[in-house]
Design a protein around this ligand. Structure first.
Ligand SMILES: CC(C)(COP(=O)(O)OP(=O)(O)OC[C@H]1O[C@@H](n2cnc3c(N)ncnc32)[C@H](O)[C@@H]1OP(=O)(O)O)[C@@H](O)C(=O)NCCC(=O)NCCS
Length: 149
């Protein structure tokens, strides 16, 4: 497994991975592959330097998008943001998610980091808590979590 910087050419593979990864928690994912494509493209454009993929023998197993320049209305300042992290179900529980987050954190430091997670996405909430994120506000079905170095 190799964790490397993502490239524009990688984007074409990500909508299908995203749709697969959100099976069972569809309410927090994208409605269809077209929407997923647009979402991925927008995330990439926000901060292309803050995009990493986990690759296994040429196959993308997971990815992360972050943003070094995110304005947080909750913090009233610019913070680092993690906008999306996914690992394909068949590659989970091997620590790939953790490595992707650590890679993003390295890129975002020393900023405070913000992310939003679905309230019923307990696996992800626990995963973030294990990495040092703390729960903050709830807005609709989303919970804001922050990491302070
Ligand atoms: C959240 C997500 C990215 C985690 O990916 P992952 O690669 O499975 O993450 P990790 O392996 O680093 O850690 C996940 C769990 O596996 C455990 N784990 C890590 N290495 C392990 C190993 N070698 N053997 C067994 N378990 C292991 C971790 O302790 C953690 O378990 P816990 O949370 O119960 O303590 C993945 O589940 C996912 O894609 N979910 C769907 C999309 C999503 O919800 N994204 C977040 C949106 S905000």
């Amino acid at each position: 497994m190799e964790i490397r910087k993502g490239k524009r050419e990688d984007l074409q593979y990500l909508p299908a991975i995203l749709m697969e990864a959100y099976k069972g928690i569809e309410e927090y994912g994208e409605k269809n592959i077209e929407k997923a494509r647009k979402y991925i493209e927008d995330l990439y454009e926000e901060d292309p330097e803050c995009f990493f993929v986990a690759e296994d023998n040429g196959k993308i197993a997971g990815f992360i998008f972050c943003n070094r320049f995110w304005y947080s209305k909750f913090e009233h300042s610019h913070v680092g943001a993690i906008h999306e992290v996914v690992v394909l179900p068949s590659y989970r529980h091997e620590g790939i998610g953790r490595i992707l987050i650590e890679k993003a954190m390295e890129k975002l430091k020393p900023s405070k980091i913000e992310l939003w997670v679905g309230e019923k996405n307990e696996n992800a909430i626990k995963f973030y808590e294990n990495l040092g994120f703390k729960r903050r506000e709830k807005t609709g079905k989303w919970i804001r979590m922050v990491y302070i170095a």
